[in-house]
Every structure is written in structure tokens, then in C-alpha cells.
Write a protein that binds this ligand. Structure first.
Ligand SMILES: [Zn+2]
Ligand SMILES: [Zn+2]
Length: 393
């Protein structure tokens, strides 16, 4: 054992707390609350944090909870975030602690994220081996769409009221072994934008198309044209997705309808590509539709931004992870086409979003059979505790 091992938290320090962590996780799992409805979850979290001596502020940007603890003279502060909300899914895990609320479940593992941060909080409050301020951010409504919990907390003055130097967060990762950590510097998870397109043609009788402007034909041409945005406008070394998820037009076989509606899901891993996608999709849509003599309304909505991890903070977190669990259990994460509103925090503060292995056989996120791996709880909690201690050494 080295001197460094003695100075900072180890995973084995959580051995005695493991049963309590599992109990907390399974309690949260059995009692899921949807985005913007996290009343009991946030109360549960706030009461625990208060009992451990944290200065707790409730109702930050909705049901958000911020807990702070200062030790020593340093003005430095680390922010660590966990999300708390569940999804509208009917659980099919068959677990003893399965959701007590039909149609709601923790299918994204936010019960686990909340638990590991609570575990770190309890441990840090007991050991107090840091110099500065630990700022713990328990966020509601990650799954809520725009404006989601992260943005609402920021709009409620999160960073002005609770200044931090950097922010860290984690998500469990199905497909990686339990108790492992994955990190990535730079872009990691995609931005997620949508475009709702309404093509207005001129309806009429199916037998007299020359007297109409058929929005079905316009829509079909537009779908094909949109395939060229990724294929012909995006640098081949970059990546992006343009998916036409819905297309609706017409009610009767003998009627040419007045209008057609399309909805697009648009994803990218680079803020510049994101801008280019919006520009090309908008221009192309206008041109194609105009070419057919129809008119168009485009409702282009920017959702969660790209998760861009800062280099310095990611390297730091990686060092801490390697100290904690060994280099063989720490790896570089691939690009993830899903999105995360943690990206909103990273637009304001340097930081890093980590992934915590949820097992090779874990069901995928947002599936009715998904469950957070309790075997990863102690590693998650120890990682946050050690990260805080090392950051505020
Ligand atoms: Zn999710
Ligand atoms: Zn999630």
C-alpha cells in the first residue's frame, strides 16, 4: 500500500456501506417519479444530506437539490451531479424491488446515479479529507426534454448561487463490465435536435392531379433529398444522423391532401456540424418545396447540446479512476449517439461525463427489462469521493 492509497478513498472503504447503498438504490427503484414530479425523491435525498451535515438548498430549478460542504480555507469547489427522474415504462424486470407504480420505472439507472452520489456524500461528510467546497447537484427531469432539469437549474442561478470550478457526472453503461469506468475527452454524446416540417400544397380530386399541388409527392422528394445532407455535406471523417421519423399525409384514396407533415431527428457530435445540419436541412427543405410550388413551415428545435468533455478535467478524472480501480478497468469510451442534458452544464463549466459499467449482459437503457447493477455502486461512490478529495487536495 502506498502513501497515496492511505490519503484518499478506496473502494474497500465502502464495504461496510454497501448493504446500505443497495437498500437506498432499491428503495429509489421501487418508487420512481417521472420528470418534473420528483417530489418524494428530492425530499428523500435532501433529508439524507441534511442529516449528514450538508448545507442543503431545495427547489433549485424545480425539484433540484444542491448540497454543499466546506472544509478548510480553500476557495476551490468541485461540482458533482446526479439525475433523479424515471421513465414512463411498465417494468418487466420481475425484481423483488420492482416499481410499485405501474407505468413508471427507473429504466435509465438514475436510481443508481443518485445512490452513488449519496454514498459519496455520506463518506465525505464522515471523513472530511478535503480542502474546499464539495457541491453536490441532484438534478430533476433529465429525461424531460427541453427545457430539461439541467437547463432549469442553470436558469435558476445554479452557478451564481453555488459557484464551482468544474463539474462531473456519470451514467451507467450497459455492455461494459460492472465496476469499470469509461472516459472520453472531447465530444462524447450527440446533440439531439428535431425539425417538424409542414408542407402546404393544394388539395383536390385524385383524378385531377394537374389542378392540385400534391404534398405527398413533395414530401417523398424531400425525404430523398434529405438523405444527401449527411452523405454529401458532412465531412466523411465526421458523423451525423438525419432520420425522418414520421411522415403523415392524406386520409382517402381518392383525395389529394392539402398538406403533409414530417418529423426529423437530427444528431451530431460537433457544435459546428450541428450548425451545418440546421443550415442545410432548412435550405434544402425550402428549395425542394418551392421547386414544386408548395409552401413550407419548419419548426426547428434545438434539444440537448453535444456532451463535450474538457481535456484537463477528463485527464484528471482518468488518473483518479486508474488510481482507484487500476488501468485494466478504465477504458476510453466510444462515441455515443444518445444525448444527455449534462451537456448543458458543460456549456458553462469545464468538466467530464463518465460512464460506469453496468454489466456485459445488462438490458439496454430505456428497456422494460433494464436494471441498474448494484455491483457497481461502491465503485461509483468511491470514484466520486476520491475525485472530490483529489480535486480539493
Ligand atoms: Zn435515459
Ligand atoms: Zn439517463
Amino acid at each position: 500500500m502506498t502513501a497515496l492509497d492511505n490519503a484518499y478513498t478506496r473502494v474497500s472503504d465502502f464495504k461496510d456501506m454497501e448493504a446500505e447503498l443497495i437498500e437506498t438504490r432499491q428503495h429509489l427503484h421501487a418508487n420512481p417519479e417521472l420528470s418534473f414530479e420528483e417530489t418524494e425523491t428530492s425530499r428523500f435525498v435532501a433529508e439524507k444530506l441534511e442529516s449528514w451535515g450538508f448545507e442543503v438548498t431545495r427547489n433549485v430549478g424545480g425539484h433540484g437539490v444542491v448540497a454543499r460542504m466546506t472544509v478548510g480555507e480553500s476557495k476551490k469547489s468541485i461540482g458533482i451531479r446526479a439525475d433523479m427522474d424515471a421513465l414512463p415504462i411498465l417494468e418487466e424486470t420481475g425484481a423483488l424491488y420492482a416499481s410499485k407504480v405501474p407505468g413508471k420505472m427507473h429504466a435509465c439507472g438514475h436510481d443508481g446515479h443518485t445512490t452513488v452520489l449519496l454514498g459519496a456524500a455520506q463518506h465525505l461528510a464522515k471523513t472530511r479529507r478535503f480542502n474546499g467546497t464539495v457541491t453536490l447537484i441532484f438534478q430533476p427531469a433529465e429525461e424531460g426534454g427541453k427545457p430539461s432539469g439541467a437547463q432549469k437549474m442553470i436558469d435558476d442561478g445554479l452557478f451564481e448561487r453555488f459557484p464551482i470550478d468544474a463539474i462531473f457526472g456519470l451514467h451507467n453503461h450497459p455492455g461494459a463490465p460492472e465496476g469499470t469506468l469509461l472516459l472520453r475527452s472531447g465530444p462524447m454524446m450527440a446533440s439531439s435536435d428535431t425539425a417538424k416540417i409542414t408542407i402546404k400544397g393544394k388539395g383536390g380530386h385524385a383524378s385531377r392531379p394537374h389542378l392540385t399541388i400534391d404534398p405527398v409527392v413533395v414530401a417523398c422528394n424531400l425525404v430523398v433529398a434529405l438523405q444527401t445532407v449527411v452523405a454529401r455535406n458532412i465531412d466523411p471523417t465526421q458523423t451525423a444522423v438525419v432520420t425522418v421519423g414520421t411522415i403523415h399525409a392524406g386520409e382517402a384514396v381518392n383525395v389529394i391532401p392539402e398538406s403533409a407533415k414530417l418529423a426529423l431527428s437530427i444528431r451530431s457530435f460537433d457544435p459546428r456540424i450541428r450548425d451545418l445540419l440546421q443550415e442545410r436541412i432548412t435550405k434544402l427543405t425550402n428549395s425542394v418545396v418551392e421547386g414544386f410550388g408548395a409552401s413550407v413551415e419548419i419548426d426547428y428545435e434545438r434539444g440537448y447540446p453535444v456532451v463535450v468533455n474538457s481535456e484537463e478535467e477528463t485527464a484528471f478524472a482518468r488518473t483518479v479512476a486508474e488510481e482507484l480501480i487500476g488501468t485494466d478497468k478504465v477504458s476510453t469510451c466510444h462515441l455515443i449517439p444518445g444525448s444527455e442534458d449534462f451537456a448543458c452544464f458543460l456549456e458553462h463549466k469545464p468538466g467530464s461525463f463518465l460512464r460506469l459499467g453496468n454489466g456485459m449482459n445488462s438490458a439496454i437503457l430505456h428497456s422494460a427489462k433494464y436494471d441498474f447493477a448494484d455491483a457497481s455502486l461502491t465503485v461509483g461512490a468511491a470514484m466520486w469521493a476520491r475525485l472530490a478529495e483529489r480535486y480539493l487536495a
